[in-house]
Design a protein around this ligand. Structure first.
Ligand SMILES: Nc1ncnc2c1ncn2[C@@H]1O[C@H](COP(=O)(O)OP(=O)(O)OP(=O)(O)O)[C@@H](O)[C@H]1O
Length: 260
């Protein structure tokens, strides 16, 4: 039986400044599942995240969240008043007052930012701040983790590390994850479901199926999409010298549309 959704959005539409930002958008995040929203700039990704969080109400459609659910949210950016003294320790305590200092230290260690606990938030680099914001969200022990471009400003090696951490969190804690990302290469591998958004849902489903969908190809270009298909393909068959394929048995995901 499928677990009930932590958050579910059904047919949400939203108009802002005379333009349709979201049109009939639906998605659901279940415990332990990672749903990733991809789409070009201005596609409505951040808006959709805010609708999921209840920060914005859609003009029509329905949003349902599990009752009393703790949510950890990592916004796309954070505006810290430069004159306001705010240490990382205090910043973490504000979101998770019950977390002890060793817990704070452990959370920062896990995201590769163990060295910044005593620093001021305004002194952090972009990548360090992203890591601290992830630690802060995780310290709340959320049932749902919502991440708007969680690796913005993080270096390449750090990006894979952070996605691994997010996936580990979903698998071991049963946390549902809703995230926005432009990092299609990495995300495809660490995602259960992709929602390709361009104000409406162009296509959605298993990453491999989405990467082959005509609307996805039209949005992101065949070159990028093909490299993703290769990246995510479980290549456990052999190409024989005569050009034929041997040992073609391999696992198919639920949305996998090819055969053989
Ligand atoms: N309050 C508002 N008034 C007018 N337009 C708005 C408002 N909020 C959002 N928009 C418009 O809605 C569109 C979607 O914005 P949103 O920030 O959700 O996109 P996004 O997919 O997250 O973009 P990016 O990848 O650039 O972060 C944009 O064109 C934006 O200008």
């Amino acid at each position: 039986m499928t677990a009930p959704a932590l958050v579910s959005i059904e047919g949400a539409s939203l108009v802002r400044g005379g333009q349709t930002v979201l049109s009939g958008v639906s998605l659901a995040v279940r415990p332990g599942r990672i749903v990733t929203i991809v789409g070009p700039n201005g596609a409505g990704k951040s808006t959709l995240v805010k609708v999921a969080l209840g920060l914005l109400a859609p003009d029509s459609g329905k949003v349902t969240r599990a009752e009393g659910m703790v949510v950890g949210y990592v916004p796309q950016s954070l505006n810290v008043e430069p004159t306001l003294p705010l240490s990382v320790r205090r910043f973490l305590s504000m979101a998770a007052p019950r977390a002890s200092r060793p817990e704070q230290e452990a959370a920062l260690e896990r995201v590769g930012a163990g060295h910044v606990l005593g620093r001021q938030v305004v002194q952090l680099s972009g990548g360090e701040l992203q890591r601290v914001m992830l630690a802060r969200a995780v310290l709340r022990r959320p049932r749902l983790l919502v991440l708007d471009e969680p690796v913005g400003g993080v270096d390449m090696a750090g990006q894979a590390e952070i996605y691994d951490l997010i996936a580990d969190f979903a698998r071991t804690q049963g946390t549902g994850v809703l995230m926005v990302s432009h990092d299609l290469h990495v995300v495809m591998a660490a995602t259960d479901e992709v929602v390709c958004l361009n104000r409406h849902v162009c296509c959605a489903g298993h990453p491999e199926a989405v990467s082959r969908h005509p609307e996805y190809l039209a949005l992101f270009g065949a070159r990028v999409a093909n490299s993703l298909a290769v990246y995510t393909h479980v290549h456990d068959h052999q190409h024989l010298a005569d050009g034929s394929v041997g040992g073609t048995e391999h696992g198919h995901g639920p949305g996998c549309s090819h055969h053989g």
